[in-house]
Design a protein around this ligand. Structure first.
Ligand code: ZN
Length: 199
């Protein structure tokens, strides 16, 4: 490399500066930096990883999944809020279309910490409202159609809970799941055989 010649890092500098800002502001947890960044990764390809430090190689391969990244992206928090809003709207539609409007409106959250499960329904406790949590990783990897399938699945658990039934995958669950077009089991086993937690 000649004197004064800079290594080719087109597009990466802005990403690293943005990442540094997010780290400084506490928006990004350093432990999350190994998360795949994009949903465009082919299923057979190893997940794209964002690593801190200079690119390992330069040249054509340095134009990886980040090459098309818009300069100004929504923050992680903004993305999660937007996704939760879309899920909440879909919950209301599904409630009207498939559950006869019987379900309560409950909070829906998108979690970046949820990595081995697609989502779960949390039953209400004296101190906490019931809640549906959907994995951000699930959305990024599998897209909205499958996330909505997961949402219906969790809504069957919500129906069990609000009907005073045990929250499980028993016969009543399967019967209701068929009635509302929910998948009896989550389509994708992720990490563990059971994709959810039912406290
Ligand atoms: Zn379940």
């Amino acid at each position: 490399m000649g004197s004064g010649e800079r290594p080719v890092r087109t597009g990466c500098g802005a990403v690293f500066r943005a990442l540094k800002r997010l780290l400084q502001r506490g928006v990004v947890d350093p432990t999350q930096l190994a998360l795949p960044l994009r949903d465009a990764v082919e299923p057979t390809a190893p997940p794209a990883r964002l690593t801190v430090g200079p690119p390992a190689t330069t040249g054509p391969r340095s134009r990886g999944p980040l090459a098309g990244t818009p300069r100004r992206r929504k923050t992680a928090e903004e993305q999660d809020v937007a996704a939760a809003a879309r899920l909440t709207a879909r919950h209301a539609e599904l409630n009207a279309e498939r559950f006869g409007g019987a379900l309560q409106s409950i909070p829906i959250e998108v979690s970046r910490r949820l990595r081995s499960r697609l989502g779960y329904y949390r039953v209400a406790t004296p101190r906490c409202h019931s809640l549906i949590v959907i994995s951000r990783r699930h959305l990024r990897r599998h897209g909205w159609a499958e996330v909505f399938d997961t949402l219906v699945h969790e809504m069957v658990h919500q129906w069990q809970d609000e009907s005073g039934l045990p929250v499980d995958h028993g016969a009543q669950f399967r019967e209701k799941a068929r009635a509302v077009g929910a998948l009896p089991r989550a389509r994708r086993p992720v990490g563990t055989a059971e994709n959810e937690r039912h406290p």
